[in-house]
Design a protein. Structure first.
Length: 731
């Protein structure tokens, strides 16, 4: 009986030792026996007890009854971490500050201090800006964990997130900030979804709280940026002629995601100048839009002054936002003696290879050098540009800009076909090649015309080209450059060349060694006869020849006449706006201004001079303006006229705005007609388009075209053209 009773006592004792209340008491006794190992034992036990509120409550109560306040704070802090992380971390960090004074030191103390202090900073940072400053502290924690061989895989993903936040604070534009913030937000979401896959640790509980906090901060910051206007200011006139009263021009741009409204620009008072204009008000500036404002000043100094201003505006997030801006204005010292200026500009005439007024096109030279000069694979290049955009001038300078192993042969296709047939064509090509070789001191004999009558294609490819290549250094590419290549289609249509011409050209492209091809023209491939050109151009690379970049424009305006003629920045800006870098119009403007400067015996050009010369510029360019107009459809003409007459009232227009405006003149157009015409005008680079949200806005790209249309055309006169055959749009 006693043995049975003893066995029952043993079983009861074992059962009691396995109850929920007994386990924390037993663990508490272990902590008491090894106090310096408390932190290590707590983190090792956490994976099995961290989610058990009963275990931690019992353990904390036991420590509280014994007056073990440090241990009580640690356990209470661990208990609060999942649901009240800031309070839990605070309790633990206070306890750790006292534990640091213990002797001997508690194992893992430095690691716990670094972990919880870093977590507290990451959790309590009030903004993205302050959070981004914590990257060094996070790196230091990772280094410490690796040194103690306690690397935590759940902490590592925090670093790239903080790095993106730091980078978001290093950029100025809201669009750029959003790129980094969206990337950080994506990383936060991925980490949040991956957390359940990590082992249960104290670090995982901390990171869960941090990720939750960061997700809220990022969402708020991204939403605010998306609802913010972001205004930037640029002084367009940093150099001015000292004419007493003068205008300065500022460009206000909205780089944000929301409209800016009630924009007030006020120049600061300054003894260096007298402000003669009232403050400027812009009612609204949409995202991606910019607006130029001008102020009239009377400088009180002779060399330079600092221009300062303040801008206030409203957006969706806040009213009366304020930004300050300042920049230096340099006054151009007038020339002492006037020197007549030889006029270097020749509008409408291709620039020869030695011209001093050719600038830009570096990207096109590079394109040809890299793609047409490959020995193993010769690409066929097609370059397309509008009329009078400097295509021929560019081609005539290829020799100066291509590597030595590429020999360009310029061929004006409009000069071909004087004598019909393939023999005459290939005979002419042979002479063009011979002329190109002579520029390098090489002479090749071109057989007389009668030798080309029998099998001219075989004679050209099998006899003449090998003779040419034998004279050239090894690895030299003969680059055949066909200007106005569309002329070939007319020659075939008129029976001057056989239709097999295109097949033969393709054969040359694919099978001739040391030979490359560049075709330059004005028409889009989709407008050309598919039966002819598809034979050639499904093996070609395509590149558009656009207008000149700002840097090239500035060089073309100023360099050829320096130092005898100086442009102030207001004049330069006006020229850029009315020409958009169109080479012909740019040459036309510069030619007129140099001519007028000589007649006025002036050594500098101001915006007043540019404005005064506009009428003569339009008169001199009448033929090209008329050409653009004649090659426009009725709908394109109506839109151009509407935009031209609205230029002074608005800067940019939506398709709906133009439709409504035209309706007031009795011109009713469908949305499809307007969209098609606008796309054509943009493709022809007469208009420019800007996406704004889900809509598209349009503005005149070439200001001179708008001025000519406003001066010579009216909407009332367009009614008579309604029923006429509509011209096809020029490309």
């Amino acid at each position: 009986m006693l043995s049975i009773l003893g066995l029952g006592v043993i079983l009861y004792t074992i059962r009691q030792s396995q109850t929920a209340a007994a386990r924390p008491r037993r663990f508490y006794r272990q902590l008491k026996q090894r106090p310096s190992q408390t932190l290590v034992m707590l983190e090792n036990r956490y994976p099995t007890t961290g989610s058990s509120t009963e275990f931690l409550l019992t353990l904390a109560n036991q420590a509280r009854q014994d007056g073990e306040w440090l241990l009580t704070s640690l356990i209470d802090g661990l208990f609060l971490l999942p649901n009240r992380p800031e309070t839990g971390i605070s309790l633990i960090t206070h306890a750790l500050s006292d534990i640091a004074k213990k002797s001997p030191p508690w194992a893992g103390g430095a690691r716990w201090v670094a972990t919880f202090k870093t977590a507290q900073a990451l959790l309590q940072a009030p903004s993205i800006a302050e959070l981004s400053l914590l990257q060094p502290q996070l790196v230091e924690l990772r280094t410490l964990l690796e040194a103690e061989k306690r690397w935590s895989p759940v902490i590592d993903p925090l670093l790239p997130i903080v790095t993106n936040l730091r980078d978001s604070e290093r950029v100025d534009r809201s669009d750029d900030r959003l790129v980094y913030l969206n990337e950080a937000n994506l990383q936060v979401g991925l980490l949040r979804n991956q957390l359940p896959d990590f082992s249960i640790t104290i670090e995982r509980t901390l990171v869960r709280a941090i990720v939750k906090r960061w997700s809220g901060l990022l969402s708020a910051e991204i939403e605010e940026l998306r609802g913010q206007a972001d205004l930037t200011v640029q002084l367009k006139t940093k150099r001015l002629a000292p004419n007493g009263r003068t205008d300065i021009v500022l460009e206000i741009a909205n780089n944000g995601r929301a409209p800016a409204e009630n924009i007030l620009i006020v120049l600061d008072d300054n003894p260096a100048y007298l402000v003669l204009s009232d403050p400027r008000l812009i009612s609204s500036l949409l995202p991606g839009q910019n607006w130029q404002v001008s102020f009239t000043l009377e400088p009180r100094v002779k060399d330079r002054f600092r221009l300062a201003l303040t801008i206030t505006y409203d957006d969706r997030n806040k009213r009366d936002k304020e930004i300050a801006f300042a920049d230096l204005v340099q006054l151009i010292l007038p020339m002492r003696d006037f020197s007549p200026i030889p006029n270097p500009y020749l509008p409408g005439t291709p620039l020869r290879h030695d011209s001093l007024v050719f600038f830009g096109r570096e990207n096109l030279f590079t394109l040809i050098a890299e793609n047409a000069g490959r020995v193993s694979q010769h690409n066929v290049l097609i370059l397309i540009g509008q009329r009078r955009t400097g295509k021929t001038s560019f081609l005539l300078r290829l020799r100066q800009h291509l590597p030595e192993n590429q020999l360009p042969v310029y061929i004006d296709c409009q000069s071909l076909g004087v004598i019909p047939g393939m023999p005459a064509l290939l005979y002419e090509l042979a002479w063009q090649i011979a002329d190109a070789l002579s520029t390098r001191g090489l002479e090749v004999t071109v057989p007389e015309p009668q030798h080309w009558q029998n099998d001219p294609t075989i004679h050209f490819q099998r006899r003449f080209l090998p003779q040419v290549q034998a004279l050239l250094p090894a690895g030299t590419i003969l680059l055949l450059v066909f200007d106005e290549f569309e002329a070939f289609e007319n020659l075939v249509n008129d029976g001057i060349l056989p239709s097999t011409f295109f097949t033969y050209m393709r054969h040359l492209m694919q099978h001739s060694e040391g030979l490359s091809f560049v075709f330059v023209g004005t028409r889009h491939l989709e407008e050309m006869s598919a039966d002819y050109w598809s034979v050639l151009f499904n093996i070609a690379l395509y590149q558009k020849i656009g207008f000149l970049e700002v840097e090239a424009m500035t060089h073309l305006i100023t360099d050829p006449v320096a130092p005898n003629l100086v442009y102030d920045d207001l004049a330069l800006d006006k020229i850029r706006r009315v020409t958009a870098g169109h080479p012909y119009f740019l040459q036309l403007v510069c030619y007129t201004l140099v001519k007028q400067a000589n007649s006025r015996r002036a050594s500098y050009v101001t915006i007043s001079d540019v404005n005064a010369a506009l009428d003569e510029m339009m008169r001199l360019g009448e033929v090209h303006f008329a050409y653009l107009w004649q090659r426009s459809s009725f709908v394109e003409r109506a839109l151009l006229t509407a935009v031209a007459h609205l230029m002074d009232a608005e800067m940019m227009f939506r398709a709906d705005d133009l439709i409504q405006y035209l309706e007031t003149y009795g011109i009713e157009l469908t949305a499809v007609e307007v969209a098609t015409a606008l796309n054509s005008l943009v493709e022809r680079e007469i208009l420019a388009e800007t996406p704004v949200g889900v809509t598209t806005q349009y503005e005149l790209k070439i200001g001179l075209v708008g001025l000519w249309v406003a001066q010579h055309k009216s909407l009332s006169k367009l009614h008579g053209e309604k029923d006429k055959t509509k011209s096809q749009a020029i490309v």
